[in-house]
Design a protein around this ligand. Sequence first.
Ligand SMILES: NC(=O)c1ccc[n+]([C@@H]2O[C@H](COP(=O)([O-])OP(=O)(O)OC[C@H]3O[C@@H](n4cnc5c(N)ncnc54)[C@H](OP(=O)(O)O)[C@@H]3O)[C@@H](O)[C@H]2O)c1
Length: 136
Amino acid sequence: MPDVRSICAIGLRGQMGLNGVLPWEGEQHPEFIADVARFFDITRGHVLIAGEKTITAIPEFARHDRTLFVIRRSMDPAQVLAQFSDRVVYVGGGPVAWGVYAPFIRHWDINRLPYDGEADRWFDPQWLVAGGAAAV
Ligand SMILES: NC(=O)c1ccc[n+]([C@@H]2O[C@H](COP(=O)([O-])OP(=O)(O)OC[C@H]3O[C@@H](n4cnc5c(N)ncnc54)[C@H](OP(=O)(O)O)[C@@H]3O)[C@@H](O)[C@H]2O)c1
């Protein structure tokens, strides 16, 4: 099993997404700019698995120095992860995918940003304690 990690950013109440993009999309405050830069730094050289919308949102400049893999509901999470057994794998969302892969995640990196507006995708704290022997 690979070293399975997660990286995400949330608003003050767990906001994660809005209308297919980050709720704070276009926000120019340094904390938001730094969060995006940090995401690309931390995942560089590693595997990023995520739903199609999330993978599609990865910009061209970041597509060549990491392995991107689209996860589908038809795929068995253990089999997906087994393909990358000698790598660090980041689970990049969206929320449904986190729910399914949470039992495998050993390390969570959650950046809480100063956003308190609308959202249609939310962080679920239950992911952090999702049962399953595979994570250890
Ligand atoms: N704040 C953050 O850190 C963060 C990070 C990532 C995304 N987001 C936000 O989240 C939103 C995008 O996420 P999303 O969930 O809407 O779209 P998504 O990234 O495309 O993820 C949904 C897809 O996950 C796939 N999937 C894989 N395993 C699944 C399973 N067991 N059950 C169900 N689906 C499974 C499905 O693909 P198939 O239908 O093809 O099977 C589903 O369509 C955007 O608003 C984005 O900005 C936020």
